[in-house]
Design a binder for this molecule. Structure first.
Ligand code: FES
Length: 167
């Protein structure tokens, strides 16, 4: 569990990396060690096109402060169009995240080939710094409070209903 003390707080970034490019780049650059660090949890996927918007929303809902996707450069996808499909979903997702009040710097898509170890490192470092500056997202806590509020409203309305039946 990451340290929740504000002075020691470290952001949690969930990174979905395509096996054929960004994951390999991370591995070659030794960034894979970060899998075990509190900041970045790397999830290896076979193609960025495999990333469903639900994965990103779930990562945020479960406590991620930022989500990064790394895929093959346009034209280099091993499944020919996976990254283009992802790009279309990302555009839609950006709008959804904005509506949910999630700052755009918390979600990033980068094309990083297997040979770009330096790029994967710099993108991760930059994103960790940006998310750190934004502070914790705290979606699980927000959801918890929202659940309590809804429960309260439900109780109140069922109480009123019972009352109106009596009357
Ligand atoms: S195989 Fe890497 S993005 Fe499709």
């Amino acid at each position: 569990m990451p340290d929740q003390n504000p002075t020691n707080w470290e952001p949690v970034i969930v990174a979905f990396f395509c096996n054929w490019c960004t994951y390999t780049a991370a591995d070659l650059a030794g960034v894979s060690r970060l899998r075990h660090a509190p900041n970045v949890r790397i999830v290896r996927i076979m193609c960025s096109g495999r990333v469903d918007p639900q994965f990103i929303l779930t990562a945020f809902a479960k406590g991620a402060d930022g989500v990064l996707i790394g895929g093959c450069h346009p034209g280099d996808c091993h499944y020919s169009e996976g990254n283009y499909k992802l790009l279309r979903r990302v555009r839609l997702l950006n709008r959804m995240l904005r509506d949910m009040g999630i700052e755009e710097k918390r979600f990033r898509l980068e094309w990083i080939s297997a040979s770009e170890g330096d790029k994967v490192k710099s993108v991760i470092n930059e994103m960790v710094a940006q998310v750190k500056a934004l502070g914790p997202l705290g979606l699980p806590k927000q959801y918890e409070e929202l659940d309590k509020e809804l429960e309260h409203i439900e109780q109140q309305s069922s109480g009123k209903e019972a009352h109106s039946h009596v009357g």
